[in-house]
Structures are given as C-alpha cells and as structure tokens.
Design a protein around this ligand. Structure first.
Ligand SMILES: [Zn+2]
Length: 398
C-alpha cells in the first residue's frame, strides 16, 4: 500500500467517525438538518469505499479482464449517486411537508457536537492537504478540498442550532443547505461515472501533461495521434508517433522510456500503448559550420559565425533549399556548443557535417541523442563537401 492509498483509507475512517457522531446528534436533537448532514457524510463514505474497492478489484484482475472490471467501480458509483439523490429528495419533501418539528431539542449541546465534527474535519483536511502536496496526488487534493467545503454546510447547521436555542426555527432552512451539498456530491459522482462509462477522453490537463512529456523527447518527430481514457481510477493511453530513429529496436527503446515518463507524471496509469514508426525521410537536412567567409568549414562548432543549412532530396541529391544562418549563440560565454546544437535541432536537422568529430562533447551528445548523423568532411571547401554528399545520395550510399 503506498502513502496516498493509506491516507485515502484514513479519510474513509475519519468520514466514518463523522457519520457516527452526526447520526447520534440527529437522534439526540431531532434536527432534520443534522440528519441531512449525516446522510451527506454517509454518501462521502460510500463514494470513498467504492473507489477503494474499485482499486482493489481492478488491481487484482487486470490480466484476465483487461477491459471489463475497471468499470465496475463506475457502475457502482452511478447506482449510488442515484440512491443519494433519492435520499436528498426525501429530505426536501420532509422540509416542505411541514412534518418536521420547527425547533430542535438539546440545541446547545447538539451545536457543541457539530463544532466537534467541524474541528475534526478541519484538522484532517489540513493534514490531507499537506500530504497531497507531498505525494503530488490529485485525488487526495480533491478529497481534502471536499472535506473543507463540507465544513461550510456544518457551519450553517451549527448556526441554525444556536438559533434554535433563542427560539428562531432555522432548522428546515439549514436542512435545505445540507441537501444542496448532497445534490452537488450526487451530481459530481453521477457525471464522473457516466463520462468514464462512455469512454470520455482524459481531462485536458492530463492530455496536456502527456503531450509535454512526449514533445520533450528530441527523438519524437511528430505525434500522429494521442488518445487517453479513464476506466475506474485507471488511465489508458494510446500514442501513435513518428520517431527520428533508424531501427525498430531503437523505436522500441524510445517507446519504453516514454511509457515510464508518463507513468511517473500521472497517477494510476495502467497501460500505455505506443505505436511508433521510424519517420520516412522525404528530405535530408544538413548543416555545416562555416568560417566568416561563408565558404570554408569552421573548425569550431559553437563559435562558427555562420551555418549553412541545406535541404536535399535523399534519393537524387537535388537541392531543395539552401540558407546561410547567422549563429545566434556565437558570443555566449558558456555552453554555446550545446545551445547551438539545440538551435540546429529546431531546424529539424538530420546530419551535421564537421571537420572534427563532436563525439564525447556536449554538442555531440545532444545531436547524437536526437539521432542526427555526423559526417566528417574530407575537404575544407563547403561546396566540395556538398557535392560529395549529393553524389552519395544519387548513388544510394546515404
Ligand atoms: Zn461531502
């Protein structure tokens, strides 16, 4: 059991204790509002229990029922949300039928009891909030906020109980406030379950997080498709990627690394499926660091004042585009080689042509990691080197 699971269980226990206290207070005072509040806390226990059972069931059976059992949780939640709504309706009916007593009994003592439940909720939600930040768990964060907002309903009820002590009958109105909170909880559970049962997409923030992880990898050329859905507490992610890799084996390795990164970024990711294909090259983009004369290759990579960027047809060697770019990082103090390598990657580089091997240095590592090929030039004249490369294309040597 991990830390966030443990705290979720503690939350269940605290809510259970609150239900017990509130039921006792409702019986003791005859307050309809307190009965509604007890019902509310009971629904919180119920939904937490459903989540807990869902995690257990899904965790145990996901090999045999990879698509089925995840949703048991959502199905049960859907049913329980309808029961909650029904119970809320019963209280509303009682409020308007006038059968409830106007003034409650033992109101001061009951108010003290409610104050105790508020104190428990306050202390626990502070603690849960702290742990949510520590574990980075969004579900704990949501639970802490939920307990916090439920305290509002209890505060209203406490005020009504004190009003009763002065002969002001506010209990029925307080009951309506509590029912509002019940309705809100029921609606939230209902909508969540229906969304999941209908395979709605993951929330936009989750999708964005996955996109960020994938885009941060320089070996990913393009995301063709990104789909993710919930089932129970679990997330299923499907990715279709074009990768800047030469072999399927390399592609497999990239896919594995991406899976791990997505899992460490999002909670409860059960399955990440990556379809990837090496990107079919329709162009070959190469760069050459040039000296100030713009025609001889520079011996320095980071300090070269110019870069010539040539786009070739990889089959015929035909030049599609040819540009001279000023090195934007030439005058940096530190790490210019790495900056320049990053800048070249933005130009979608396939090959770097240099006089000396960059291997073992920062820029060589950055470019090599993004599968950019290094070609050692045999001449210093850029025009001569380019002609050789074009010839290689034509003769199928590249
Ligand atoms: Zn609640």
């Amino acid at each position: 059991m991990d830390l966030s699971e443990k705290i979720a269980l503690q939350s269940l226990a605290v809510n259970g204790a609150l239900v017990t206290i509130k039921v006792g207070l409702a019986l003791f005072s005859g307050s309809l509002a307190l009965r509604a509040d007890a019902l509310h806390s009971a629904t919180d226990v119920l939904s937490a229990l459903v989540v807990w059972i869902g995690i257990r069931i899904a965790g145990r059976s996901n090999r045999n029922f990879p698509y089925g059992l995840y949703k048991v949780e959502n199905l049960v939640a859907l049913g329980s949300s309808l029961l909650i709504a029904l119970a809320g309706y019963e209280i509303v009916r009682e409020v308007f039928s006038g059968s409830a007593q106007a003034l409650v009994e033992n109101s001061v003592a009951a108010a003290v009891g409610v104050a105790l439940t508020i104190a428990i909720a306050w202390v626990f939600s502070r603690y849960e909030l702290k742990m949510a930040r520590q574990t980075g768990s969004p579900s704990l964060l949501a639970d802490a906020r939920h307990i916090w907002s439920d305290m509002l309903s209890s505060l209203v009820i406490m005020a009504a109980l004190l009003g009763s002590a002065f002969g002001i009958g506010l209990d029925r109105y307080a009951a309506l406030v509590a029912v509002f909170f019940i309705g809100r909880a029921a609606l939230g559970i209902f909508l969540d379950s229906v969304r999941v049962l209908l395979d709605a997409s993951l929330d936009p923030a989750g999708i964005e997080a996955i996109r960020e992880v994938v885009n941060a990898d320089p070996r990913v050329a393009r995301i063709n498709e990104l789909r993710a859905r919930n089932a129970g507490r679990y997330k299923f992610v499907e990715l279709d990627l074009a990768l800047r890799v030469e072999s399927l084996e390399k592609g497999h390795q990239v896919a594995e690394e991406l899976k791990q990164q997505i899992r460490s970024r999002l909670e409860h990711v059960d399955h990440v499926q990556v379809h990837s294909a090496p990107q079919r090259k329709e162009t070959l983009i190469l760069a050459m660091p040039l000296a100030a004369d713009r025609s001889t290759l520079s011996r320095h990579f980071g300090e070269a004042p110019w870069f010539r960027l040539v786009t070739l047809d990889p089959q015929t060697g035909e030049i599609r585009a040819d540009h001279f770019l000023r090195n934007p990082h030439e005058h940096l103090e530190k790490a210019k080689g790495i900056k320049v390598a990053g800048w070249l990657l933005e130009q979608e580089l396939d090959m770097i042509v240099v006089l000396q091997d960059l291997g073992g240095k920062g820029p060589g590592f950055v470019l090599g990691n993004a599968e950019v090929a290094t070609r050692l030039a045999e001449a210093e004249e850029a025009e001569v080197v380019l002609a050789e490369i074009r010839q290689d294309c034509l003769e199928g040597r590249l």
